[in-house]
Design a protein around this ligand. Structure first.
Ligand code: F3S
Length: 406
């Protein structure tokens, strides 16, 4: 891979050990994927920051890099972590302490401790065609597909290395020729709400794997529905980019999105939508003791809508309800009186936290109800929880009654 003189010096250690380590990572990645060079990036987003991902050895590595003077050189945000920094949710003390040390280590390197998987809502909004190095699969698929930024599905270490050096290897979705569609999915049924879009995303993601799906007749999705569609595609498959004809910026028509490729056509009707719901539901018992919304994290609009649905209701004794968001949205919800409505109903508005990357199972929960296709996908294996998957309305009813009636 071609390196400029400056990049060679970085690799030779002239700018210190952390830069050298970061450059070694990027060069190894570039060699594996056949990149011709390294390109400058506008921003980075580090993920895999939970104790579950890092372990104790990873925590020591982060602290060591920070001690040796590692500093990011482009705006770099941080993904969710495994604790809520604003309150005690009852998670084990050593878990919390180790998690906070990881967070502090990254912050010492200049990363912004935003602790959320939706940084595009409130920090750096990548522009069309802009090269970035973000990890967090749900954010990658959103920035590529809906915003038209250029991003590969970075892992935590490569996003960190890109943040430190300001470069990423030029391969994959950074190259226009690799951004054409592979399979056309014709939607023949009406989609309503986040859970429908998530169920379709799950069904399609399982079929596409790492290929690029193209949707025709996706309806008129809201931004939040596109976020959850992408999160489902990225979790059930390895999707990092989708197109929707007439909706997303690189898909004005089929000719543009496929070029001269021969492509497969798959119809997605009521049966396939129902199969998506079935794929995401593992519970047998209708008794629910845990309800979690906001994966990816809720924005202010979602938090407000959930608060309206909860107003005047009470979460049943024995049921825990968490609504996940980031620090900025929580502060706004607090100031606007929205958090009070949620907490008067007995639910909790968390910040920073990701259920999947935390360990709610130690609190004894057994059966989860969620509107999140990503949480529903990972929680059975990752947290040992049985899952009911459905709309916000169904989840709130489960919180209030302790039963799944969807
Ligand atoms: Fe975000 Fe964690 Fe869900 S990273 S998308 S809250 S699994």
């Amino acid at each position: 891979m071609y390196l400029t003189d400056t990049q060679k010096k970085m690799l030779d250690g002239e700018q210190g050990e952390p830069v050298q380590v970061a450059m070694e990572m990027l060069c190894a990645l570039g060699e594996i994927y056949g990149a011709e060079n390294l390109i400058p990036i506008k921003s980075a987003h580090c993920a895999g920051l939970s104790l579950k991902s890092h372990g104790i050895a990873g925590m020591h590595w982060v602290e060591d890099m920070a001690r040796k003077g590692a500093k990011v050189t482009v705006p770099t945000t941080m993904n969710v972590i495994g604790v809520d920094r604003s309150r005690d949710l009852g998670l084990p003390a050593d878990w919390v302490a180790h998690q906070l040390r990881i967070e502090k280590g990254y912050e010492a390197m200049g990363c912004l401790g935003t602790s959320s998987c939706v940084p595009y809502y409130y920090s750096f909004l990548p522009k069309f065609g802009e090269h970035i190095a973000w990890a967090e699969s749900s954010a990658v698929v959103f920035t590529n597909s809906v915003l038209g930024a250029r991003d590969n599905r970075e892992g935590g270490p490569s996003a960190w290395a890109a943040g430190i050096t300001g470069y990423t290897p030029n391969y994959g979705l950074h190259l226009d020729k690799n951004r054409k569609g592979d399979i056309l999915f014709k939607i023949t049924t009406e989609l309503n709400g986040i859970a429908d879009y998530g169920a379709v995303g799950n069904y399609v993601g399982k079929l596409t794997g790492e290929k690029i799906p193209v949707f025709e007749n996706l309806g008129h999705p809201t931004t939040e529905e596109l976020v959850y569609l992408g999160a489902a595609l990225a979790s059930a498959g390895g999707v990092a980019l989708f197109h929707a004809i007439g909706l997303t910026p690189e898909a004005p028509d089929k000719e543009t999105v496929f070029g001269n490729k021969i492509y497969e056509v798959v119809e997605i009707g009521k049966k396939e939508l129902e199969q998506g719901y079935a794929n995401l539901t593992t519970a047998k018992s209708r008794d629910v003791d845990f309800v979690a919304l906001g994966c990816p994290h809720c924005n202010l609009k979602q938090v407000t809508e959930i608060a309206k649905m909860l107003e005047g209701k009470k979460v049943k004794d024995g049921v825990t309800m968490w609504i996940h968001t980031n620090m900025a949205v929580k502060a706004m919800a607090q100031n606007l009186g929205i958090q009070k409505i949620i907490e008067d109903a007995g639910a909790v508005l968390t910040q920073d936290l990701c259920v999947v990357l935390s360990n709610p199972e130690v609190l004894g929960f057994k059966t989860l109800a969620t509107h999140s296709p990503k949480m529903a996908f990972y929680a059975p294996g990752g947290n040992g929880l049985d899952v009911w998957y459905g709309s916000e309305k169904e989840c709130i009813e489960a919180a209030v009654t302790g039963r799944w009636n969807g």
